[in-house]
Write a protein that binds this ligand. Sequence first.
Ligand code: CTP
Ligand code: MG
Length: 225
Amino acid sequence: MSEPGVVVIIPAAGSGSRFGSELPKQFHTLGDRAILQRVIERFLYDERVERVIVPVHERGLLNIGEQPSGKRVQFVKGGETRQESVTKGFEAAEMKKGIIAIHDAVRPFFSIETFHKVIDAAIRYGAAFPAAPMVDTIHIVDNDQIVDTPDRTKLVAAQTPQCFRADVLRDVLSRGAGGDASDEAGLAARLGYVVKAVPGDKLNFKITRPEDLVMAERILAEFGK
Ligand code: CTP
Ligand code: MG
């Protein structure tokens, strides 16, 4: 059975305000090359990926080397919000059917095995995402006081790559236009779509603050990923 290749959008137009350095975090080096470059390459070498679209403000010092045959990386102008960057990437994709994946530029340790499970769930259900179980108890606080404690067994942390059938994502992005959703899975669910949660894993964390990059370097040294 040959299925059409997956198109991957990697929104990489953020400024990294929580990371707090002039150079946006996605262009920082992890091991021997930029975080964003690692992420792009990991997708390019996956046989289920057809092409990669990267919304950015500036291309930075990326050195995308020799690419596996027939695969393309396309850089497009990013937006003011993550959702806008994703929308611009999706417009550039010009997709009518097939599966589209959206992945944060700053999650270098996503698992290909999980990615494939998310693709398969999106083919079946229309939308899917990797969900990491919560280990901490989560409280809702107001004025520094606990006002509620949701049932931890029902809470998950939303990771990427999130996958969608092209028709679903088109509808979600057009009906949600102008918003600033931090992920498309939540937006799709709010608009009434079934969004399947696939088990994610802890290694797929998002580099958000400087200490996350320190942790990523340690993981790389340990596992050589
Ligand atoms: N992103 C984007 N366009 C924006 C804002 C964010 O493409 N206008 C991307 C980021 O580059 C990142 C992903 O969305 O790959 C996840 O966002 P986040 O981790 O929040 O990154 P930043 O927005 O850059 O960081 P911060 O929120 O700390 O400013
Ligand atoms: Mg952000």
